[in-house]
Design a protein around this ligand. Structure first.
Ligand code: SF4
Length: 317
């Protein structure tokens, strides 16, 4: 499988060209809300999981797609890739397109990880809980990562990094989406001092069924618990009206209308990255065009009959 996927529409980053730097579900966490399922390789080992030269060569070919961002993200935790600084330097030497890094932030307490990220234009780490027991429950981190250590890393990175620093807080009903927990998270945010705080929630199928979405109105209320107020990441359906995305989405719909498929089936069958398949399934599910069923521990998607409507221009919110 290739290391580059997209461009895919992103709520925050416009058309984002993804760079996948680790094998599927190689991560320091095993979040209960992970859209990729449970972590199969929970590790803190940093190494060159994929060949740097191959990634750069593949990326170069995709630059003609003119994305808004080149985003280091993908199927696991990108800071586990040990040559991040060389990768970012390589990207910057071939294009002016800004480089963003989506990270869970769990390794920022390590000096070499912070220093390797210094030349990224934008880094978006996560903080999903304001104390240790909820951190353990929601993120299920590798045993060597404590809450205090993780938080120290987020603070230290802010002190050293001069690029844009957005903090993502992923909220779950019944876990973190309550005033008492928000005030603890907000206290941590006050120590980190990111440029922005963005609230997200489980709008996609999650690793555990009990990881449940917070409704939009409640998200708005919780955003007000931050000082300054956090932003709820906007609905990105409008971005998906782009014609290249629509073609892919229609192929996925056609496939799952024929037979129930897992994400893997869709990705393999249509020759796309799993992350792209997720985006399409999410879009279809928002439109009420899919049903999901769990079978033998795997999620399968099938298509509902598509209503006969003419698609108008969707507003970008
Ligand atoms: S949500 Fe991100 S950090 Fe959490 S397990 Fe999935 S890939 Fe890892």
């Amino acid at each position: 499988m290739g290391h580059i996927f997209g461009p895919v529409p992103s709520r925050r980053l416009g058309r984002s060209l993804g760079v996948d730097l680790v094998p599927f579900k190689t991560c320091t966490y095993d979040c209960i809300y992970c859209q990729l399922g449970r972590t199969t390789n929970k590790t803190v080992e940093r190494r060159q999981w994929v060949p740097l030269d191959d990634v750069l060569a593949e990326l170069k070919k995709k630059l003609t797609t003119r994305p808004d961002y080149i985003t280091l993200s993908g199927s696991g935790e990108p800071t586990l890739f040990s040559r991040l600084d060389e990768l970012i330097a390589g990207i910057r030497s071939m294009t002016d397109i800004p480089v963003a890094v989506l990270t869970n932030g769990s390794l920022l307490w390590r000096d070499e990880v912070r220093s390797q990220l210094m030349d990224a234009h934008l880094v978006i780490p996560s903080l999903d809980a304001g104390h240790s027991s909820l951190f353990q429950a929601v993120n299920r981190p590798h045993e060597s990562i404590s809450f205090d250590r993780m938080l120290e890393g987020l603070i230290a990175f802010r002190e050293e990094y001069y690029g844009e620093y957005w903090l993502e807080v992923f909220l779950l009903a019944g876990h973190t989406a309550m005033d008492s927990e928000i005030s603890k998270i907000a206290e941590c945010v006050g120590r980190i001092k990111p440029d922005r705080v963005q609230l997200n929630t489980a709008t996609r199928p999650t690793a555990e069924e009990y990881a449940v979405m917070v409704d939009r109105r409640r998200m708005g209320d919780l955003a007000a618990g931050f000082d300054p107020p956090a932003e709820v990441i906007a609905d990105y359906r409008g971005v998906h009206a782009q014609s290249d995305f629509k073609a892919g989405r229609d192929s996925v719909l056609e496939m799952i209308q024929r037979r129930p498929c897992s994400l893997e089936d869709i990705a393999d069958g249509l020759g796309m990255h799993r992350n792209e398949a997720i985006k399409y399934v999410e879009e279809l599910s928002t439109e009420g065009l899919t049903e999901k069923r769990s079978c033998g521990g795997r999620l399968f998607y099938s298509g509902r009959h598509q209503p006969d409507t003419t698609e108008g221009t969707k507003g970008i919110t």
